[in-house]
Ligand binder design. Sequence first.
Ligand code: SF4
Length: 429
Amino acid sequence: MKIEDVVCTFCGCLCDDLVVEVENNRVISVENGCTLANEKFMGDHRLKSPIRREGNGWKALSYDDAIRETAEILLDADRPLLYGWSGTHGEAQSVGVHLAELLGAVIDNTSTVCHGPSIMAIQEVGHPGCTLGQVKNRADVIVYWGANPIDAHPRHMSRYTTYADGFFVKEAFKERKVIVVDVRKTESSAVADEFVKVERGGDYAILSALRAIVRGKRDLIPKQVAGVTREQLFRVADICINAKFGAIFFGLGLTMSPGKYKNIRNAIELTEELNRHTKFTISPMRGHWNVYGSNEVFTWITGYPYAVDFARGIAFYNPGETTSVDILKRGECDACLVVASDPGAHFPRACAEHLARIPTVQIDPHVNATTHLATLQIPVAVTGIDAEGTAYRMDGVPIRTRKLFDGTYPSDFDILGKIYEQVKEVKGS
Ligand code: SF4
């Protein structure tokens, strides 16, 4: 059976034009997807049942036992941490937040190690963003800053920017100017009209120089700023000022480089300066397919986008204190529930070591680096393959992901709902 308009649940582009062929509850072909999508749909090797660590090995157990043990671990803990959430649908994320509130736990999502600083900057100075549809149809200048879309978001350029013809941009490849700013050459810089090679840690200085030029203070710019010549800075500023519609996309190369959230604040303020001349927007290149959704869901329910601590009985947010990496580094939490993410692969070593010391339950379809730290793992259906739910694209547009067949695995929503019910029974509220 061929299914059209399938949403790819891999990266923040959430491409919704895949054609997937399903036979005997298995995906056998994928059209329109990039290599990452093909791997997601076709190379799906899952755990068969929940597993519990016993000595140096693992023992299979039933879903009922795994759910009961998870509820007991969370109820026994004084300072539980519920981490992950960006690889599952909004409905499951919502149960997670209610579970955290019931437990008085900390709930955090993967923004904590990716675009958390971008969110902090947006909280300070706002977000002049737009949808990807607007970019495709209107933008004649694109800036990728500290991002390599060809590698991390392979269809971003073909669906929305460099190669995507739009309503007002009929021949995109000829009409659109693409600027890439990065500390090294990348596949994306190779197809750019202008590559600005910045010295490591020099982004803040470059942004400040561009702001000065846009404000008409060209005489203040020295011959070189962070490895970039004055002439190139003037050229880049002129391309931006003369754009009909410009769009900046920034990645972790800007968010996580020295200056962190101050870089993003400066980039947003550059965008504001450019809006004195023309229309310009700025957007983060969100990585996990529903990391944007985790920020949305957390914010609807608690008022805060990540790192929410319910220990006081109310939602409290203080990045640097209530963020997972800090809590784990301090050895503060005594149990962890990891949902739809892989902190074992992304967290600093000290955090991974602490996860291995405490009871850690992972809810995830696949074996990954976190499995090796976990006490218990519960496999679930994969959203977009045999489970469905709401996801938010990197531009904040909600998209309903589809279930391609009825599989045998429960969804994250089902498992979390049962854990919630058991915790609620004990907590009595
Ligand atoms: S660009 Fe991202 S969402 Fe689109 S097909 Fe590739 S992995 Fe999937």
